[in-house]
Ligand binder design. Structure first.
Ligand code: DGJ
Length: 745
């Protein structure tokens, strides 16, 4: 049983395979958070030592000793205006003027399955392996009820949290903040890791020492953003890949998110996560319910690698859903960097033919194919084929591509509209804009108001028409600007600040309908690369284009950042031409190919511009990817290097869950003259087992005077430093090794 309710001690405990999470109903009925850590039995409330702290007030009914203060206690879901002066999880104003809420315990119950949320993604539970704890807190003065939801995924060591806020009173309530969770932690959590960036440079890993006060990681861009990924890790100073406590906090949400980390006067750490309270309110009429997005929580006592492993396993079972036909990952050729918008049917068919020669599985026609789209200033909104480029329509191209044994995929950007488009001319009010103000332009386009049902319906019909004949097997769904000008022609004034969340709900409903109606289609998310790379999108679309920067060197740090929270098979990653379009850098094909293999692997170039020899090499890399794709999609991922910032050596390992085979990748982004040999310390292998090494790329690597390929190593040797490789050079800065467990000892 993963949930225990002990009425005698007033404790509620969640157990997963290796962790425990405990709450205690405090004296005043406040729900206290008393423990989250390695699995343990017991009552952890004793960690709270009552003391009289000046300027920390006491509830009216508990004043003796002055040592019970909500300002000092670890609270599970704190309201505001009650004497807890830290950042709060929920804030509101009632129509009768009452502000804030004082939430006290009312009831709790256990359900033998995972909870679901209305219109929001919530971790799937296909085999009903999860349990849910429901805890109801209530505020008498306003009638707000907060039902805290805890989904306990025992095997995965993941707890999901969300909150159902209900107005049980007589007055309408306006929520000013409605976080999905609060987590009050002890002072041992002194650092945080988060993933910041910008367009074409997402997921830069940053580790900081926590400071007193509030540190915020957020997005107000209407999307989870290139700038701050909705994923934060709290850890100890001593936490490394292999040791130390850490907690991952990841909202399953694609809109404006916010994580506040507050270090208070006693160095306790409060983490509040959920929808960004800026530009947000939600009106709850009597009887109405508001559900917050879900947050994934996972604790690991053995460092960051374990934390990532827990999340990767969780994603694979409970978030990602691959179309049956694409369970084996397709190798795709995407037209974008090959031809941009400069094409016609003939050029596209020729490009697809080149892809077919290389034995790719899928050809993707990127931006530029629809009516009037001759540049990125026009035509978004009209999702029919351009007659000049495709006089006989798309169907003939689709057929031509299919005749070559390659599936056909297409790019769309459905949330956007160009002023120069039929849709905008007909329905100018469909675009978000503030009356009386000129709209803010991003890539010369506007954002459609997805809070409106008729707009979502219209988009569904347009996209369904494209997909109906079954010819399109893949869709890349792009979104190339952030959301501003928040004003909806369809909402009353008091609901205008609901718009950014309503937009996300509209988007999710569209994704839900399309993926349900077209389960054979593989959807890939994209927002100018990783501008909306989050668990919410991944719930519908199992892969997301990782970055518009296709330079392999830049990609190594971007993809390393993703690996902390997301499994490699969901990170869209392609081999592109050199010099690279974004950075101007020229790196060998081997580095480009092996980097793409730590993601989805695809091509984004015109093979006709490559030499015969390069085409042959490409074909060889495709073969290598196919050989190991299954392992990449299911294996355990370890970040081996860099160990320190500014270390130019990147290395990762993917081992099968049963440790019978291992793939090791290494690359040096800044090879030195007179360089040292490199020792790789592998992880997680069976110490006594014997592994046979194969050099996959390059095929011949020497270890002194002996070739490395064919050499046998024990697991211990591989983990303790016997695996050394020659220095990397500028012409061959990347290598891939494969280790297979042999029967011999
Ligand atoms: C941004 C995407 O990230 C690119 O891959 C490409 O699809 C362009 N948009 C097309 O406009």
């Amino acid at each position: 049983m993963s949930i225990r309710i002990d009425s005698e001690n007033g404790t509620l405990t969640l157990h997963t395979a290796h962790t425990a999470y405990q709450m205690q109903i405090g004296r005043g009925g406040h729900l206290l958070h008393v423990y989250y850590g390695p699995d343990a039995e017991g009552t952890f409330a004793r960690s709270i030592v009552p003391a009289d702290h000046g300027f920390s007030m006491n509830p009216y009914e508990i004043r003796e000793g002055r040592n019970y203060s909500v300002d000092q206690l670890p609270l599970e879901y704190p309201g505001s205006n009650i004497g807890d002066f830290r950042t709060t999880a929920v804030d509101l104003i009632a129509d009768n003027g009452i502000c804030g809420c004082d939430l006290r315990f009312k009831s709790c119950a256990v359900e033998k399955k995972a909870y679901t949320l209305q219109g929001l993604p919530a971790a799937r539970d296909p085999e009903t392996e999860a349990e849910t704890l429901h805890v109801v807190l209530g505020d008498e003065a306003t009638g707000l009820e907060a039902e805290l939801l805890y989904g306990v995924f025992f095997e995965k060591d993941v707890i999901t949290r969300a909150v159902r806020l209900k107005n049980t009173g007589d007055h309408a309530l306006t929520l000013l903040a409605a976080a999905s969770m609060c987590l009050d932690l002890p002072e041992r959590y002194t650092e945080r890791i988060h993933f910041h960036g910008r367009h074409t440079m997402e997921m830069q890993t940053e580790r900081c020492v926590l400071a007193h006060g509030i540190q915020t990681i957020s997005s107000g861009r209407g999307m989870s953003s290139h700038h701050h990924n909705p994923f934060t890790i709290l850890c100890e100073e001593k936490t490394t890949e292999e040791q130390g406590w850490c907690i991952g906090v990841m909202p399953v949400y694609s809109g404006n998110h916010r994580t506040d980390i507050e270090v208070d006067q006693k160095e306790s750490v409060r983490v509040v996560t959920g929808i960004n309270r800026d530009m947000f309110t939600w009106r709850l009429e009597p009887g109405e319910i508001f559900e917050t997005p879900q947050v994934l929580l996972t604790f690991c006592s053995s460092g960051l690698e374990g934390l990532s492993r827990q999340l990767h396993r969780f994603f694979r079972k409970h978030i990602l859903r691959w179309p049956e036909a694409w369970k084996t990952p397709p190798v795709l050729l995407n037209s974008w960097e090959a031809v941009y918008m400069d094409f016609d049917a003939k050029r596209i068919c020729a490009l697809a033919k080149q892809g077919a020669r290389l034995s790719s599985d899928l050809f993707v026609l990127d931006d530029g194919w629809f009516a009037g789209r001759s540049s990125d200033t026009k035509a978004l909104g009209d999702w029919t084929a351009d007659k000049t480029k495709f006089p006989h329509g798309l169907v003939t191209v689709e057929e031509d591509v299919r005749k070559q044994g390659v599936s056909f995929g297409i790019w769309i950007e459905p949330e956007m509209v160009s002023e120069d488009s039929e849709l905008f001319r007909k329905h100018p009010d469909y675009a978000l804009r503030v009356p009386g103000r000129k709209p803010v332009m991003g890539r010369d386009q506007l954002v459609l108001d997805l809070s409106r049902q008729e707009i979502v319906d219209g988009l569904y019909n347009q996209i369904a028409r494209l997909l109906e004949d079954g010819g399109i097997r893949y869709v890349k769904w792009d979104a190339n600007r952030n959301v501003a000008d928040l004003y909806s022609a369809a909402l009353p004034p008091e609901r205008q600040r609901e718009l950014s969340h309503r937009y996300v709900l509209g988007l999710y409903s569209l994704m839900e309908r399309l993926t349900a109606a077209f389960p054979q289609v593989l959807f890939e998310g994209c927002a100018g690369g990783g501008g909306r790379f989050d668990a919410g999108i991944l719930y519908y679309f199992p892969q997301i284009w990782g970055s518009d920067d296709t330079d392999a060197v830049a990609r190594l740090s971007i993809q390393r950042g993703y690996s902390f929270g997301y499994p490699p098979e969901c990170v869209g990653s392609h081999i592109s031409d050199v010099p690279n379009e974004q950075t101007g850098r020229t790196v060998p094909l081997s580095l480009r190919a092996l980097t793409a293999m730590s993601g989805t692997f695809g091509l984004e170039l015109d093979p006709a511009r490559l030499s015969e020899q390069e085409n042959e090499e490409l074909q060889r890399y495709i073969g290598i990817f196919r050989r190991y794709a299954g392992l990449i999609r299911t294996g355990i991922y370890s970040r081996l290097r860099p160990e320190r910032e500014r270390d130019s050596l990147f290395a990762w390992e993917i081992r099968a869950e049963d440790v019978s085979e291992v793939l090791v990748f290494a690359a040096d982004t800044d090879p030195q003259a007179n360089a040292k040999a490199v020792t790789l310390y592998l992880r997680g292998l069976q110490e006594q087992a014997v592994y046979r090494l194969t050099c996959v790329e390059p095929e011949t690597v020497w270890n002194g005077s002996r070739p490395l390929s064919g050499q046998l190593f024990t697991g211990s040797e591989l983990m303790q430093g016997a695996f050394s490789i020659r220095p990397f050079s500028g012409t061959a800065p990347a290598a891939l090794f494969y280790l297979k467990r042999t029967e011999c000892a």
